[in-house]
Design a protein around this ligand. Sequence first.
Ligand code: 13P
Ligand code: SF4
Length: 305
Amino acid sequence: MKKKIVTLAHYYTIPEVQNIADRVGDSLDLAIYAKETDADVIVFAGVKFMAETAKIINPKAKVILPDMGSTCSLVTMTDINKLKAWRMEYKDHVHVAYINSSAEHKALADWVVTSRNVVDIITHLHSEGKRVIYSPDRNMGAYLNFEYGFNMPLWSAVCEVHDKFNEEALLDITSKIKDKSHYLISHPESPLPVLKQSTYIGSTFGLLNWVKNYDKEPNAVILVATEDGILYNMKQARPELDIRQAPIYKGCQCNSCPYMKLNTVDAVKKAQNEESGVVIDYLSDEIMADAIIPINRMLGFKHTA
Ligand code: 13P
Ligand code: SF4
């Protein structure tokens, strides 16, 4: 029987890759899809932590990451031994780990979250009287502490793309938009001073929905503080709107994730033909067994909002 092969692409991949994918989405949507698919092979046009998550929740499938270099700075900045020591300092806390983390990191955690459900899940834990530590994204953690008063001890790694957004470059751009309104919408991996300027803060799914449902001044400028790939989806959804990348420094709107962009059409097609790419077959049974627990907690969590 012919093998069933599905290709999943994150919003940050290039349009040509999105166009040859069976599913395009944010990290939560792609994880749910990966869990539910009956495909024999999942080609994951995203980054390594996404492909590893797919393998953990669908161990029967062969999961292929098109390019072995597709990592994430939140993963590479986190030393697992130091993380273990940090976790031991807070034995009586619940450890919530952002999905942008290695399989070993997830295996240490009590819950995994994505930027779409992080607020609901930590709010729920707080309502049960639990104290929470959050890793690895320092910017997202600082935002959650500021906005929701969670007071969580934080691990300190950043997304190298979002961490470059800054208030000064934003003010420089917005001071030049004189005769119309402007709105800034941002991913919570951005630094707190940028998030404080934002009309809306959310996951890639949330940001895209905000644009889809936009009903304010038709000629306003919408500045988007996240990776540039999703501008394609936003402009497809609302071609009449003036949607622009937020600047990272004066004059530069180069918000590209080098790891996501390794998913070239050629690399994805070769992975679809099982000719190249990394097969995610190296995770130990122990890591898989430990990591699936916090991931399944997240997937089983019922949203209240
Ligand atoms: P989302 O979960 O919002 O898709 O974000 C993934 C990511 O890598 C953001 O940089
Ligand atoms: Fe990681 Fe940032 Fe790239 Fe997302 S955009 S995959 S957080 S480096």
